[in-house]
Design a protein around this ligand. Structure first.
Ligand code: ADP
Ligand code: MG
Length: 316
């Protein structure tokens, strides 16, 4: 198979190829499968030119062969799940957080995104017959809300050794969105050394939201977020790991981004790349509500759970 370069595509010069690569389109197949609108905004060309680039990529791409549903079925049997330790949430998500996929939790401040992130860093370490993957976790923290104390409480709640549990969580604080993206490279190195089965980015979007202010830079932001999401997806593929990311929404319309109430930021880019999208909110009397908003294989559904000292729990 002779791999062509992006520069070989119609209407793609050096500068455009560079923009494509920066946005995470590193090969012809990725361009061939992009949407004209997405590509147009990323390389700052008209939609018609973008369509031409995509058409050219489709011609050049090694489209590959069809396989049967049986092959895919067999391959999907290899996917694993991390238990949430709560029956209602596991049921909502088809058994837990799936590997080789991105699961996005979004919700307002205080809705439980960080608590779920912590719980999964503990649960991934459980043995397979306990619902875990006997794996390590990576936690990329952008809001300085990682709390070892919470990990200790949750580990104790499951009868695990707290110190051993903390040792299997590889933590990094990200200082801005570029740093956040660079940390994925570093995460790959850790995943070569340790059996990493979960990568958490909490919050995925906070820096992107803060740094790209004003409509003029919206395309830049989407481009960088797109790149970030694709790198996360690649990580999940290569290491057969689960990716969990959080996304804060505000109860007020976000005028800076022309956002709507309770719409996660990053909009299409994030929601097209995430496989499972879960909306979290507070309910009455300590109850928490999780709603599965989008999934390729599960029904839209809603369930309740609780956050306790020992971690997530079913409502008794
Ligand atoms: P966010 O969605 O902003 O990340 P968090 O995941 O930080 O929200 O959730 C914060 C909420 O978690 C708090 O409002 C509190 O109700 C709950 N919480 C935090 N720690 C504990 C604890 N030790 N016991 C019970 N609930 C807790
Ligand atoms: Mg949080």
């Amino acid at each position: 198979m002779s791999e062509k370069n992006l520069e070989d595509l119609d209407s793609v010069g050096k500068a455009t190829a560079e923009k494509l690569r920066e946005a995470g389109y590193t090969n012809i197949m990725e361009v061939a499968t992009a949407s004209p609108q997405e590509l147009a905004s990323i390389v700052e060309v008209g939609v018609q030119v973008a369509a031409k680039i995509i058409a050219s990529a489709k011609e050049s791409a090694d489209i590959g062969n069809f396989v049967t549903g049986v092959d895919i079925f067999e391959k999907r049997k290899e996917l694993e799940r991390i238990t949430l330790g709560v029956k209602s949430l596991n049921d909502l998500l088809g058994g837990g957080i799936q590997t080789e996929a991105i699961t996005e939790f979004y919700g307002e401040f205080g809705s439980g995104k960080t608590q779920i992130s912590h719980q999964l860093c503990v649960n991934v370490q459980l043995k397979k017959d306990e619902g875990g993957l006997n794996g390590d976790a990576i936690f990329i923290d952008t809001e300085n809300t990682f709390r070892p104390e919470r990990i200790i409480q949750m580990a104790e709640g499951l009868g695990m050794n707290p110190q051993d549990t903390l040792k299997r969580i590889h933590y990094a604080r990200a200082y801005n969105s570029s740093h956040q993206m660079l940390l994925i490279e570093k995460a790959k190195e850790i995943a070569k050394e340790y059996p990493v089965k979960l990568l958490v980015v909490d919050s995925l979007t906070a820096y992107f939201r803060a740094e790209y202010i004003g409509r003029g830079t919206l395309a830049d932001r989407q481009q960088q977020l797109n790149k970030h999401m694709h790198e996360l997806l690649r990580f999940s593929d290569v290491f057969r790991a689960s990716i969990v990311c959080t996304n804060q929404v505000s109860a007020k319309p976000d005028s800076l981004f022309g956002g709507e109430i309770n719409k996660p930021i990053g909009g299409n880019i994030v929601s097209h790349t995430a496989t499972y999208i879960v909306y979290l909110r507070k309910g009455k009397n300590d109850r928490r509500i999780a709603k599965l908003m989008d999934s390729p294989d599960l029904p839209e559904d809603e369930t309740v759970y609780m956050i306790t000292q020992e971690g997530l729990k079913d409502v008794s």
